[in-house]
Design a protein around this ligand. Sequence first.
Ligand code: CTP
Ligand code: MG
Length: 230
Amino acid sequence: PRLWLIVPAAGIGQRMQAEQPKQYLRIGERFILDITLSRLMDSAPFSGCMVPLHPADHWWPDTEASGDSRIQTCTGGSERAGSVLSALHAMAEQVKDDDWVLVHDAARPCLDTRDLSNLIDRLYSHPVGGLLASPVADTLKKAVTAELPEVIETVDRTGLWRALTPQMFRYRILVDSLEAALARDLPVTDESSAVEFSGNMPVVVEGRPDNIKITVPADLALAGFILSQF
Ligand code: CTP
Ligand code: MG
């Protein structure tokens, strides 16, 4: 099977509170989106890449990636899952049912390329797919919902993981799962959750915890530091 890449970049970065969507903020000289895309495209033999963009996006032509003939764009949706589904539909004619699709957030530029290779190697023969994830390190508290929430219990951390990206699934399983989950209005916060709703069991592959999603302003400096360490 061949490998395909989707990098959803249609968000508006509300929590970042910047002038432009966070994927178009710069770390050093480069757009976050360019850092993310080049790390991925330079590290694995992708047959192609689809980048869903916001309908009002006008920054894409300024990226380095816009000059890369392997990378195409499509119009994203109002939710992340809709953006991914629109990319999957846009690539339908090129892709076979059992090809692999890797989905990676534009806002995660700090992916260690060894984690990417490891994910691909571990899952390549698997019938369904899976995701990079990191074991939960903090002590977890369950609390009541209230002005001053009181702790009900400390949740056992055994077997709990933080979901990261890339998430890697067989094309047909991913399309069918996302379509079914969105039609039923299920909470789809990542590809894996849609695939889980379909009754399939994704595999977890341990990745580095510093593969952070840039979400709030403080994450920008943190990501710059993490990238400087590679
Ligand atoms: N994304 C997308 N389409 C959407 C929403 C999000 O392609 N309708 C992408 C974002 O561009 C980002 C990734 O999904 O690369 C993860 O989403 P998130 O971190 O939530 O980004 P935003 O939605 O842009 O940020 P916020 O939720 O703070 O508005
Ligand atoms: Mg969002």
